[in-house]
Design a binder for this molecule. Structure first.
Ligand code: ZN
Ligand code: ZN
Length: 471
């Protein structure tokens, strides 16, 4: 039997061979166990003959016998691999049995929504499987409210057929290996990965046009959130087109690129809307609701874009978040000390409200104070709260009589990533200390629970995966 690596084998040959091997091994398993228990998990005792040399570890086959029966009766073979995400040939429409073969193992922070468990698990280290891919060593992964919601099991979907997935979507990684078609990245280069990948529906116009942050079908995948493994692990293989290179000098702050893309996308949208009218005159005024990382990065984007910016958040001064806001030239007002009406009066005509607090009652109270021709951008994802009461008449009247625009933004497309990579460099030069002060904690992977469960405090906490060159 020939000994070739997966990446060198054509897919039809690869799959045909795997089908044969899979059948053999499952028949063997069933015989050995002599059981019809649908929960039994047959185990590979030795590698199939076509496995390449050096693959020392073998994954337990997780196909249940009921899956096996399905496989034998259905046409064409619905190879129901339980772990298609471990397949070394990614994005197959039919998952293959390569998932049962693993080489080296690596650690990953893994979420089991069904069992309501989060733990560090050994998973197979991925390999390059297409010429356009790069293998990355993860350096840092930021933790945000989305991760906390996932670990509270309010969000998060494993890949098809799996019961768990790797957490983490705010990444910074170093290239360790590239496929032959990747000519503009080298080992050692820093990159940030896109979180959302497009759906495969040929009729999804935004996805086909590269604007998968506006996917129409909802069938997109998001690393570490929906249907795709995340980045809180040692190695990741990703396609070049989903990677955004970052300058080496930004090693200590570039993990903020992904959360920054939210504000960058918002600014792209705001500029689109601004075009509807002549928006000349003096400096425009922006209010940022919330002083967490998304709010503070939003304030940086707005100050940098020339907005007179006020960060309006609950905690009274002094606090670390307010200090960052003031260090970048924004004003900071506490909603505990300054009622909304007073804030609105102090700011003047509010041209833009950038909501990053996720608190519906507060957000709609402030909406009443949006100025003429104003734009309101929601970015927060609220947790379920009691029904809220707000002044619908006033809000509707304002929307009409003041030509207001209200929009929500989620995720970010390639343009927002490019803008964020550029601006993180601008911010690092303009406000080096304030930008660094945003990252308040770095934790080893073993200590992931405190930041991920929301017990760590601070502004932005990150998991340091690989210590090399760590700030
Ligand atoms: Zn995030
Ligand atoms: Zn789509």
């Amino acid at each position: 039997m020939e000994q070739r690596r997966y990446g060198e084998v054509s897919y039809p040959a690869f799959r045909a061979r795997n089908v044969r091997c899979a059948r053999r091994k499952f028949e063997g398993c069933r015989e050995k166990r002599g059981s019809n228990d649908p929960n039994s998990r047959p185990t590979l005792s030795k590698p199939p003959a076509w496995a390449s040399a050096g693959q020392k570890l073998w994954e337990t086959c997780r196909l249940s016998l009921s899956d096996l029966n399905k496989e034998e009766t259905a046409q064409p073979l619905p190879l129901g691999c339980q772990f298609p995400r471990f397949c070394p040939i990614p994005r197959l429409t039919v998952p293959c049995y390569a998932a049962t073969i693993i080489g080296e193992l690596m650690k990953a922070v893994t979420v089991y929504p069904g069992r309501r468990a989060v733990d560090i698990l050994d998973i197979p280290e991925p390999r390059l499987a297409a010429p356009t891919q790069a293998k990355l060593r993860m350096l840092e992964v930021g933790v945000c409210g989305t991760d906390k919601d996932i670990c509270a099991f309010a969000l998060g979907t494993p890949p098809a057929g799996a019961d768990h997935f790797v957490l983490g979507h705010e990444s910074l990684a170093e290239v360790v290996e590239t496929g032959p078609a990747v000519t503009d990245l080298r080992a050692g280069d820093l990159v940030v990965s896109t979180v959302r990948l497009p759906c495969s529906d040929p009729h999804c116009v935004p996805c086909r046009a590269g604007h998968y942050d506006f996917c129409m079908t909802g069938k997109y995948g998001e690393h570490g959130i929906k249907d795709l493994d995340g980045f809180m692990t040692e190695f990741v293989v990703e396609d070049r087109q989903n990677l955004h290179p970052v300058a080496r000098e930004l090693r200590d702050v570039a993990v903020l690129v992904e959360p920054l893309t939210i504000a960058e996308k918002a600014l792209i949208e705001v500029r689109e809307i601004q075009r509807r009218l002549p928006w000349g005159g003096g400096p425009h005024r922006a209010v940022v609701l919330g002083s967490g990382p998304v709010g503070l990065l939003g304030a940086m984007v707005l100050v940098n874009a020339g907005f007179e910016t006020c960060v309006y958040s609950r905690p009274p001064k002094p606090n670390a978040n307010a200090a960052v806001a003031e260090a970048i030239g924004a004003r900071y007002l506490s909603s505990e000390e300054t009622p909304i009406e007073d804030m609105a009066e102090q700011v003047g005509n509010i041209d833009l409200i950038y909501e990053a607090a996720g608190a519906p009652q507060f957000a709609f109270e402030v909406l009443k104070h949006l100025g003429a021709n104003g734009i309101y951008v929601f970015t927060g994802v609220p947790r379920r709260e009691d029904p809220i009461v707000f002044d619908t008449e006033r809000i509707m009247l304002n929307l009409v009589l003041k030509n207001q625009a209200v929009l929500g933004v989620v995720n970010a497309g390639p343009q927002a990533f490019d803008d964020a990579v550029r601006d993180i460099g601008v911010f690092a030069a303009r406000w080096p200390e304030a930008l660094r002060a945003m990252i308040t904690g770095r934790y080893p992977m073993e200590a992931f629970r405190d930041p991920v469960m929301g017990r760590a405090g601070g502004i932005k906490n990150v998991i340091s995966i690989c210590g090399a060159g760590a700030p």
